[in-house]
Design a protein around this ligand. Structure first.
Ligand code: UD1
Length: 443
């Protein structure tokens, strides 16, 4: 059923919040854990629906995964009897493609349905295929399944035409158990790639250079040292909370972060006029009422992250002047502009460029979350808007954000999750259904 988040705008966020473990690092590490046998303990794992789904896939394949604390799991994969991932689960998340590399290396054979995930572009897999074939795998597409086979994998030199995060991770995982040395050139440098490499190294892998554009992997016979590993903090969750703080002209302390990972966003928010003080693992952020427009171009890390683009678009929609956003990673990532326009934003999209003309205010409306980050962006827009915003399709938000609306509410926002009209009235004493008649289209 469609889930909703209902937001009543106009409150400044104030207070302190702690960031959860990184979704994209946790997903890759959980897939990487299939390379090991037993005794893997992971901390700082976010209990979000994408993680729950990948755990379901792993369990189906024969792994034993136990949540022993709210944010910690143990994994043991003594053997993998099933080598075909189930379509119903895999279609829910793109990250299941990250099982291709490790299962191929561990079992020599794997069948994975072409994965699903957020609706944000074509998302081909040619680079994954190119890299795994270079290591000696035979890959084919059969009736919607990716079939991969390899009697043995041999180290190779792989040049990626684009520094794809997923392709880098898949090739890196497969290469851990390949014979000899693999070089990945033009590798992705995202912190989540580095976190996966650190995790694999703690299992006994020999990966060098993760975080630079050349990663060298010396193959080993097996991985299996007992490991207790802690996932890095989620830079995108931290960034989303920072943008929400600035959007409401609030004053928020965000704890448990690695400030260096969020630098491209911090720089932009400062350019807009926000005051940001960085500690070792904390941000203090305060925004003045008047902000300046900026131009943003999404790029592979350490450039501005595509996963922060929608939230920043929502923020810029009320900043006086003209801001330009160039989306270089995913061609479909401007779908949120259409929803923001329903709230009164003035955004023109031309191919990969969006021109945002700041308006004095947004108005509450019913809008649809088209993907995970768009959903977060619409909630942020709702926090700024006059009146009430109903974000429908909000279940996509929980793919990547744990207790999203509850955490914002703790910072003083007026919002709640609702599955139907009846819960809408339970929002608090200020509930006034009459206020829903606010004009919604301002085009
Ligand atoms: C990962 C993240 C996602 C983030 C993205 C870019 C996970 C689970 N997801 O996705 O949140 O938005 O990085 O930072 O970690 N491409 C190809 N061929 C390929 C693979 C990718 O052309 O074989 C293209 C894609 O279409 C896209 C670009 O490369 O235009 C980036 O994709 P990639 O870095 O692979 O993203 P994901 O790993 O899918």
């Amino acid at each position: 059923m469609d889930q909703k988040i209902i937001v009543r705008g106009g409150r400044r966020l104030k207070g302190r919040v702690r960031v959860n473990g990184a979704k994209n690092a946790a997903l890759a590490i959980l897939c990487g854990a299939t390379l090991a046998g037993e005794n893997v303990v992971l901390d700082n794992v976010p209990n979000i629906t994408d993680v729950q789904h990948i755990i379901q896939v792993l369990s189906f394949l024969g792994a034993r995964v136990v949540w022993w604390r709210e944010d910690a799991v143990t994994i043991s994969v003594p053997s993998l009897t099933v080598r075909e991932a189930p379509y119903d689960l895999v279609k829910k998340l793109r990250a299941s493609n990250l099982l291709l590399g490790p299962l191929l290396a561990r079992c020599g054979e794997v069948r994975i349905p072409l994965p699903g995930g957020c609706n944000i572009g074509a998302r081909p897999m040619d680079l994954h295929f190119k890299g795994l074939s270079a290591l000696g795998a035979e890959l084919s597409l059969e009736k919607g399944y990716i079939c991969a086979k390899a009697k043995r994998l041999r180290g190779a030199q792989v040049y990626l035409d684009f520094p794809s995060v997923g392709a880098t991770e898949n090739i890196m995982m497969a290469a851990c158990l390949a014979e000899g040395q693999t070089l990945i050139q033009n590798a992705a440098k995202e912190p989540e790639v580095v976190d996966l490499a650190n995790f694999l190294n703690s299992l006994g892998a020999r990966i060098f250079g993760a975080g630079t554009d050349v990663i060298r992997i010396e193959g080993v016979k097996e991985l299996g040292r007992p490991v207790h590993y802690s996932v890095i903090p989620d830079r995108i969750e931290a960034g989303t909370l920072m943008v929400a703080a600035v959007a409401t002209r609030g004053e928020v302390e965000i704890e448990g972060v690695i400030p260096r990972h969020i630098q491209p966003l911090t720089a932009k928010l400062r350019e807009m006029g926000a005051q940001i003080v960085e500690g070792e693992d904390v941000f203090y952020i305060k925004a003045p009422d008047e902000l300046r427009p900026v131009n943003v171009k999404t790029m592979p890390y350490p450039g501005f992250p595509t996963d922060m683009q929608s939230q920043v678009m929502a923020l810029l929609s009320t900043v006086p002047g003209t801001s330009l956003i160039v989306e270089n990673i995913y061609e479909n990532r401007f779908q949120v502009a259409q929803e923001l326009r329903r709230m009164g934003a003035q955004i023109k999209v031309e191919g990969r460029v969006a021109v945002v003309e700041g308006v004095p205010r947004l108005y509450g409306a019913q809008v649809r979350a088209t993907d995970l980050r768009a959903g977060a962006a619409l909630v942020i827009a709702g926090l700024m808007a006059e009146g009430e915003t109903e974000v429908v399709g909000a279940e996509v938000i929980y793919r990547g954000y744990k207790d999203f609306e509850k955490r914002l509410a703790r910072l003083g926002a007026d919002l709640a999750a609702a599955n139907g009209q009846e819960q809408f009235f339970a929002l608090g004493e200020k509930s006034d259904p009459g206020r829903r008649n606010i004009p919604t289209y301002r085009e």
